[in-house]
Design a protein around this ligand. Sequence first.
Ligand SMILES: [Ca+2]
Ligand SMILES: [Ca+2]
Length: 109
Amino acid sequence: MGGALLALETETELRGVRDVIVHTYGLPVSFEVWTGLNDLGVEDVYEWTGFNGTLEKSTRNMWCPNEPNSWTDTGDCGAFSLDEPGLKMLACNLNMFYMCEFTSELMNL
Ligand SMILES: [Ca+2]
Ligand SMILES: [Ca+2]
């Protein structure tokens, strides 16, 4: 059985997870939560750790406004902004909550 840092593949998942975090766990909407998104492998190519697939830059409803802009700073890790809601690239060493997900595919490994 295993899991991985959260991968938000669709807008439906993004909004559903946001509702769980805010309404079930009561996290303030000002919080940001680490996901598995990163461009550590290839700068400006956004991959989900532990899952196949990338998040295209052109998928506007998944990103916060003006994101991704991580080539302008040290932002190589993807955070989930509950407020916007959407994804944004930040410095990987920030100390924040993180979220994992478990799928049947991963659990069968
Ligand atoms: Ca997912
Ligand atoms: Ca980057």
